[in-house]
Design a protein around this ligand. Structure first.
Ligand code: GCU
Ligand code: CA
Length: 135
């Protein structure tokens, strides 16, 4: 299931913009370039378990923009968000997280004052979110 950051209840502490091509949906989150410039998604899992996350991002600088990954208020790990070569070049960083049944918040907190990369969407698989094939 794909969660676009510009779609409610997505949160972008910054601005939803569309000036760099290649994004999905109607825009991306240009977070404020500070440690407070976070992005947050609210995702639904049918069951508790492990979900695979894919964060699509662009970092047009040559310096990584690491961010803390916080699930339901608990810090899980740091994602690296390396430079992608251009703001219009998008990449996906994947990881796994524990999720609860029902609603879960997935937050990206910048680890440095450079802030987040531009963030396009969060893909979530597993944790009961994958439809069971019929039959
Ligand atoms: C540029 C770019 C933004 C980006 C910003 C940054 O201003 O146009 O899309 O968010 O750099 O360094 O974070
Ligand atoms: Ca920014």
């Amino acid at each position: 299931v794909r969660y676009e950051v510009e779609a409610s209840p997505g949160v972008c502490s910054g601005a939803i913009e569309s000036n760099w091509s290649g994004f999905s949906g109607t825009g991306f989150c240009n977070g404020t370039n500070s440690t407070g410039g976070h992005a947050q998604f609210t995702v639904t899992a049918a069951e508790a378990g492990t979900a695979t996350l894919g964060v699509r991002f662009a970092n047009g600088t040559t310096t990584a923009r690491p961010a803390g990954l916080v699930v339901n208020g608990t810090a899980v790990r740091t994602l690296s968000f390396e430079g992608t070569g251009a703001w219009s070049t998008w990449a996906t960083e994947t990881t796994t997280v524990p999720v609860n049944a029902g609603s879960n918040t997935i937050r990206l907190n910048p680890a440095t004052a450079n802030g987040l990369p531009n963030v396009d969407f969060l893909d979530v698989d597993g944790g009961g979110t994958t439809p069971v094939p019929p039959g």
